[in-house]
Design a protein around this ligand. Structure first.
Ligand code: 13P
Ligand code: SF4
Length: 305
């Protein structure tokens, strides 16, 4: 079967089974083409609310599917490939954060959206990569325990010198492995290119950026910019999507190693098998867990996220 034939079968099955397909921007082009919505994790969970479909398939990693379920409890939510987890989201557990909280009484816990539903239950406020600075600024608390990403936490801390931050040493293994020498080499190879980077990268990398933002932020910036060349400091699928969308511009990966194997685990065949009932995993959670975890997202919305 060709990719096109499989895509046609998926499109038919979507209609037959009343299913909406969400694809994170790190998915491959063949999956994005059959999705109803593509974007970053939080935006997709919100988009799911606007669809009349009873069933939702999340093509991304587990915490993203959990968030779709948290915001859409009445829908049947499937993770298209159950082995797709996010190492950062699963690095810290509730017990560890409760111990740290006890050492820092009075600190508000701010959790990056890349966390499990269980970890969100101990957070006061949730943030996305694009809203983190804005939300932490809007919070009345001066003392903030930021989990789990030390790089995003450092980026926020640098923008808010008026607040006290306690950071823990979690992070994304894919973004954190990039170092400054790779940035300098990419800039030397492409001296006219703007450098767009995700804040999950280390501060030594982020400090060279012309723009820092989420996956959607990077894509929007590149689309609107007058510049013709860009070095992309996030997962390499974004380089591919941008090159398809803007053939008149040139996009260079910051490093060939910027590949998230968890995101790459999902294939078009997984989506097909999920629709036929032969694959995927339904995301379930108790109503108690859901209500407790969703509170930090409601707080984020209250603070303008
Ligand atoms: P976004 O929220 O920017 O899509 O990022 C999710 C992610 O996993 C980045 O590595
Ligand atoms: Fe998680 Fe990093 Fe992969 Fe994003 S790129 S899903 S943060 S491991």
């Amino acid at each position: 079967m060709t990719v096109r034939e499989l895509q046609d079968k998926i499109l038919q099955l979507k209609t037959d089974t009343d299913t909406c397909i969400l694809a994170h921007s790190y998915m491959s082009e063949d999956i994005c083409e059959i999705a109803d919505f593509t974007g970053d994790s939080y935006a997709l969970a919100v988009k799911a609310k606007s669809t009349p479909n009873k069933n939702v398939i999340m093509c991304g990693v587990r915490f993203m599917a959990e968030m779709v379920k948290m915001l859409n409890p009445e829908k049947r939510v499937m993770l298209s490939n159950p082995i797709a987890g996010c190492p950062m989201a699963e690095q810290m557990d509730k017990e560890l954060i409760e111990q740290v909280k006890a050492q820092y009484p009075g600190y508000a816990v701010v959790a990056y959206v890349n966390t499990t539903a269980e970890l969100k239950t101990v957070a006061d406020v949730c943030v996305t990569s694009s809203s983190a600075v804005k939300i932490c600024r809007a919070m009345p608390e001066k003392n903030i325990l930021f989990i789990p990403d030390i790089n995003l936490g450092t980026y926020v801390k640098e923008h808010l010198p008026e607040k006290n931050f306690k950071l823990l040493s979690g992070g994304c293994p894919t973004h954190a492995k990039i170092n400054e020498s790779e940035v300098l080499a990419a800039k030397k190879a492409h001296p006219n290119a703007l450098f767009l980077v995700h804040p999950e990268c280390r501060p030594e990398v982020v400090k060279h950026a012309d723009y820092v933002g989420s996956t959607t932020g990077i894509m929007d910036y590149a689309a609107k910019s007058e510049a013709k060349e860009f070095i992309i400091g996030t997962e390499n699928s974004i380089v591919q999507h941008l090159q398809f969308a803007h053939p008149e511009k040139a996009f260079y990966p910051l490093s060939k190693d910027l590949v998230c194997n968890n995101m790459k685990a999902t294939t078009l065949s997984d989506v097909y098998r999920c629709l036929t009932g032969e694959g995927g995993e339904e995301i379930t959670m108790s109503e108690d867990l859901r209500r407790s975890a969703v509170k930090c997202i409601e707080k984020m919305i209250e603070y303008g996220g």
